[in-house]
Design a protein around this ligand. Sequence first.
Ligand SMILES: *Cc1c(COP(=O)(O)O)cnc(C)c1O
Length: 367
Amino acid sequence: MKNEYLLLTPGPLSTSETVREAMLKDWCTWDDDYNKEIVEVIRTKLVKLATQQDGYTSVLMQGSGTASVESTIGSAISKDGKLLVIDNGAYGARITQIAEYLNIPCHVVSPGETSQPNLNEVETVLASDPTITHVAIVHCETTTGMLNPIEAFASLAKAHGKIMILDAMSSFGGIPIDIAELGIDFMISSANKCIQGVPGFGFVIAKQSELETCKGQARSLSLDLYDQWNCMEVNHGKWRFTSPTHTVRAFYQALAELEQEGGVEARHLRYQTNQKTLVAGMRSLGFEPLLNDELHSPIITSFYSPTDNDYQFKEFYMRLKKQGFVIYPGKVSNADCFRIGNIGDVYPADIQRLIGAIEKAMYWKVA
Ligand SMILES: *Cc1c(COP(=O)(O)O)cnc(C)c1O
């Protein structure tokens, strides 16, 4: 079955026909052909994608990506711990919200949604508050499309002896990183972003020695990261509770397709070409991106909405959808924007067709 339109949204996103076809079979969660040959293979491949070094492991967790973030925050921080959140967008703010729900003491450094966090400010907080045990940051802030300079913040956190948590939800698999080199202890992502699978579960890649300290710390039964990991380790890929089998099988296929494409480097290049093609085309039509080019990730781009009185997002959106493209509303609090994603089974030629479709959909320009 073909899709009627291309999702230019950062998850769920457009998947390949072969990824969708991989879901047409049922699996028994007690059998080796599911646990050992699919789940365990996925777990091993994920670790290899995240680092070349030893000592790391992975856990898959049911739910949307937020469930994996909540599982990590709720399991990694001990009763006496305190979290520093570096927040420059909705996903940084969500980490703080999770900490508040779970009654975890939290300090927030928030430079606003269109600025990068300030290293000196974070350094001052870390130097003045020794009760902070963990630091959390978002890699690509999907709110705006900003790519945060995680190297600098991770090495600062390490210099202060803190545990580092990275929300790499929208970047993992699409931007090369080595979490061991960076000093990341817990990295979170999900099935339906740059690996190009379908929604249903997230995953955490962790330094095993740190994950082992999480035993008995979780503030939620179903989101107990240690217990979930331990069950998968001991029972060779068995999930504690019902596993999203079809999604997992599709993800296995998506990982194979990432390899066929040439790995993360090749995918990164494609996304970058998509993003550059998009920005150049949009500029030629008179649109401007919210962020300066040097702050940008290749994942998603926010554009200022037209200021013409006749412009309405909904109408623009519907005109694009009729031509086969689905775009995303804005999420920035203090600027009127819309967003276009570059990730998924989307190629530069699709972006070029999109620019043509946008030109046709600019009904407010017609006299
Ligand atoms: C998509 C995303 C999440 C998780 O969102 P869900 O809707 O729960 O899947 C978290 N952080 C970032 C940066 C994201 O892009």
